[in-house]
Write a protein that binds this ligand. Structure first.
Ligand code: CMP
Length: 137
């Protein structure tokens, strides 16, 4: 089942020079392709849309500050079961408990600065793609 998903390489990944490493892992999955890609610093308005479900959580404001702290790489990845697949490559939210071999497990230590975001369902993917790439059909 071919799908598409929205992936963000967070400011920590860009600052630490891990963009190539992370995109390389995605590109090496057979048949997955990059449908759109952009480097930019996100403003409050786009972050409020993206993180609407987390309003009121104790980590919300520090997360917003962190996500606006430097450029982010946003990309749309397309291919077979890519929603489940990119989340498997990323590993669970907390990098300390994420297994070695996953992106978060290999490179992260802090839950907020966990390197990568990937849509968690087809519905989220379509919503998030519209936020980051409104011109993409
Ligand atoms: P992600 O799953 O991409 O989207 C929500 C983000 O909020 C998550 O990655 C982390 O960056 C951050 N986050 C989630 N839970 C916590 C937490 N308990 N403490 C700090 N940050 C969190």
């Amino acid at each position: 089942m071919s799908q598409r998903t929205l992936v963000l390489l967070k400011p920590d990944a860009v600052r630490r020079g891990l963009v190539g490493e992370i995109i390389g892992r995605i590109e090496r999955k057979a048949g997955w392709t990059i449908g759109a890609l952009e480097l930019r610093t996100l403003d409050r308005a786009i972050l409020e849309q993206h993180y609407a479900e987390h309003v009121g959580r104790d980590f919300y404001e520090p997360l917003m500050t962190f996500m606006a702290s430097g450029p982010v790489v946003s990309l749309v990845v397309e291919g077979e079961r890519v929603i489940e697949g990119v989340r498997a490559l990323a590993g669970p939210t907390d990098p300390i408990t994420a297994p070695s071999g996953s992106i978060r497990g290999d490179f992260g230590t802090i839950t907020r600065e966990n390197l990568i975001h990937a849509s968690d369902s087809e519905e989220s993917a379509e919503r998030e793609i519209k936020i980051f790439f409104p011109g993409l059909s």
